[in-house]
Each structure stands twice: as structure tokens, then as C-alpha cells.
Design a protein around this ligand. Structure first.
Ligand SMILES: [Zn+2]
Ligand SMILES: [Zn+2]
Length: 384
């Protein structure tokens, strides 16, 4: 079928919203009418060519929600009409990582997904001239419709408006998982969060839900610190004015936090996260750095029992956790609306990228099907 999608033809050129061809779902796949999609910094890393060669032409978008339209043979966990959030790691459930309880590291997803293909190694997307299009992170949801592997469409309660459900599959899973699964934050643990964008705000929210205290949020943008306070940060560090944010965090906690989360993807802030933790503490890098970037820390400090660790997509079982996160949002425990600063249409992808480049705002939600999104009145990309 023919539909509109945001295509990145080549990095460092604007994405274009154009007609493309989408093939029907094969066995084990699901066709979803995309209702809303979040614009994540990882999409921008692709668009700016920071993740290496060979990723284009591609339909970007890996955080979104929609309504199931058609299922391929053998798919029984969802049916047409179901509300689903996308999970960009549709784990095979059979490889050594999946069997070892680490489906976020699924080998089959890693093998085909890195090439921009679905789980059988092929694409359902073509330009109108027939050129094969890649699927952005197995999801390709900056489009009116998409075909994903069955495990990539996770049923969520219809009580949650789809514009909010759109946030679950990247920012929420990643942020909540970093706190719950990677760190295992316990009540009373001290936490610092460096970077308060779409994912960082979810880390703050997750730390609050875990009972962390204090929760120190740092960012260069005052407006994002306000959003962090609303999500539960107890202390705010304006990194644009504070020349020594690490000293400030250490002073506030009498020698460093138990857990510091870096949610930007820059070597400087990774070093700051390391510097902000106490002896025996853990620094967790959540942010996605450009390909080829190295990070370093003073190695002598490994002797103080410090841990530097990575995390990917929440380090748990994202597809299994998504429905519970949706319920948490319905209950009001998780304030998804509070991280959305802008709404736009599918044509607003490039404008959203520009805001990310400027560090402006947190999440932009692209409302692709306004009638089903349940979103507040659309603006022309302006602040809510
Ligand atoms: Zn993302
Ligand atoms: Zn697997």
C-alpha cells in the first residue's frame, strides 16, 4: 500500500515526508496504523550521520503507538483494533541472550536490526521507484503505517491515550529500566541524573517511584530543570551556571551519590557521572554517544570500588514491562504528559530535530492520526 512516511535519504540532509510503499505483514508480523510517535535523540543521531555508514535510505522513528490493522499468520497476541506501543527490540526468545534472560540483547535483533531489516532479514518498505528502504530500529514509525515483528507490537490498555502510550517504547522503558533493572535503586538511595531530556526525565520519575532521596537533576536548560522538579527531582543543578556541578552534587550528598545516570551521550558528562558517585557507587551511562567517541575516567578510582556500567533499552524485558508501565501511567504514578513539550504533525520531524539540536524542550510528539491520538489541541509545533 502507498502511504506517507518521513524518509532520511542521506544524513545531514533534511528528512522528507513523501509517499512510500509498504508491503503487507508476513507470518509473525503485524501491520499497525501509527497514531503518535515521539522524536528521540537517537533518531537525530541517525539523521546527523553520527552512527556510522550504511543506514539509509531509512524511515526513522522507534518510539510510538497505534492501532493494529492486520496480523500475519501465527500472530495471536494482538488482533485488529488493539492499541499497541512499539517495542524496538522484538526479541526472538530463542537465542542465547534471550534464553539467558537478557532479551534486550537479542542476537537476531542485533544481526538484522543493525542492517535496518525485520527479523527475517528483509524490508517491507520501498521508495516509489522501488528502492528498498530500511526500517528505523525495527519500527519505522515516522509513517502513517508500519509493519513490525510480532514482538514489536505490545498491547497496552486503551485507557491510556495513544499520544502518551507513544512514549512508552523508548524513553519510559529505557529510563525506568535503567533505575529498576540496571541500578536496582532502593528507597533512600541517593541519585543524580545528568541530562533532563525525554529519557532523563523518565530516569527522574523512576527514581522517585523507587523511593530515592535525594534526586539531584542537572541540565544546562532551566526549563528542563523545571520539568525535572515536576517529575520528582529534589535538588536542581543548573549546569550552565554552576562551573562545578560534580562538586555541588558531592557537597549535597556528603561525598557523592549512590547512583549517577548520564543521559546525554557525551564523554564530558560521563566523566561527571563518575565523579559524582561515592566510593562503592555506580555510574550508569544511558545516553547514546556518536560512533567512535571514547570516554575516560581516572582509573585509580576503580580502587574505591566504583562501577561504571552501560545499559541498553532498560536492561530487562521491555516487551514484558510495557503493559505495566502503561498501567502505571493510567494510575497517575507516572506523568507521561509532563515530559511532552511540543506537538507536531508528521511533517514536523525536521523541526523537532532542530529543537533537539538546540537542546530546546523535552519530547516532541508527532500526532499522525489526530482523530485517534486523544491529544490536546494541536499547535503548530509550539510549546504546550
Ligand atoms: Zn529512543
Ligand atoms: Zn533472541
Amino acid at each position: 500500500m502507498r502511504m506517507r512516511a518521513a524518509v532520511l535519504h542521506h544524513p545531514n540532509e533534511p528528512v522528507t515526508v513523501e509517499d512510500v510503499e509498504l508491503d503487507p505483514p508476513k507470518a509473525g508480523e503485524v501491520l499497525v496504523r501509527v497514531v503518535a510517535a515521539g522524536v528521540c535523540h537517537s533518531d537525530l543521531r541517525y539523521a546527523d550521520g553520527e552512527l556510522g555508514e550504511g543506514h539509509w535510505p531509512i524511515v526513522l522513528g522507534h518510539e510510538g503507538a497505534g492501532v493494529v490493522e492486520e496480523v500475519g499468520a501465527g500472530v495471536t497476541h494482538v488482533a485488529p483494533g488493539d492499541h499497541v506501543a512499539f517495542c524496538f527490540v522484538p526479541a526472538c526468545r530463542a537465542c542465547r541472550y534471550c534464553l539467558a534472560g537478557k532479551p534486550n540483547l537479542c542476537e537476531v535483533v542485533a544481526e538484522h536490526g543493525a542492517k535496518g531489516m525485520l527479523m527475517d532479514g528483509t524490508s517491507r518498505l520501498r521508495l516509489v521507484d522501488g528502492t528498498t528502504l530500511k526500517h528505523g530500529l525495527r519500527t519505522a514509525c515516522f509513517a502513517e503505517r508500519t509493519v513490525v515483528a510480532a514482538g514489536g507490537a505490545v498491547r497496552v490498555t486503551p485507557e491510556l491515550p495513544l499520544w502518551q502510550a507513544a512514549l512508552l517504547g523508548c524513553g519510559v522503558v529505557t529510563g525506568m529500566g535503567a533505575v529498576r533493572n540496571s541500578a536496582g535503586v532502593q528507597p533512600g538511595d541517593s541519585v543524580a541524573v545528568l541530562g533532563c531530556g525525554g529519557v532523563g526525565l523518565q530516569v527522574v520519575a523512576a527514581a522517585r517511584i523507587a523511593g530515592a532521596d535525594p534526586i539531584i537533576a542537572a541540565d544546562r536548560v532551566a526549563a528542563k530543570l523545571e520539568l525535572a522538579a515536576a517529575q520528582g527531582a529534589t535538588h536542581l543543578v543548573d549546569a550552565s551556571e554552576d562551573e562545578k556541578p560534580v562538586s555541588t552534587i558531592r557537597r549535597l550528598t556528603g561525598g557523592g551519590v549512590d547512583y549517577a545516570f548520564e543521559v546525554i551521550g557525551r564523554p564530558e558528562t560521563m566523566r561527571q557521572a563518575w565523579g559524582a558517585i561515592r566510593p562503592g557507587g555506580t555510574a550508569i551511562v544511558v545516553g547514546l554517544a556518536p560512533l567512535g567517541v571514547d570516554a575516560s575516567v581516572p582509573a585509580i578510582e576503580f580502587l574505591s570500588d566504583k562501577t561504571l556500567r552501560g545499559t541498553y533499552y532498560g536492561s530487562g524485558d521491555p516487551a514484558a514491562e510495557l503493559p505495566g508501565l502503561a498501567d502505571l501511567a493510567v494510575s497517575g504514578e507516572l506523568d507521561l504528559a509532563g515530559v511532552v513539550t511540543h506537538f507536531d504533525t508528521l511533517d514536523g520531524v525536521e523541526a523537532a530535530f532542530d529543537r533537539l539540536r538546540r537542546g530546546e524542550g523535552a519530547r516532541t510528539i508527532l500526532v499522525i492520526d489526530a482523530a485517534s491520538a486523544g491529544a490536546p489541541t494541536l499547535t503548530d509545533g509550539g510549546m504546550r
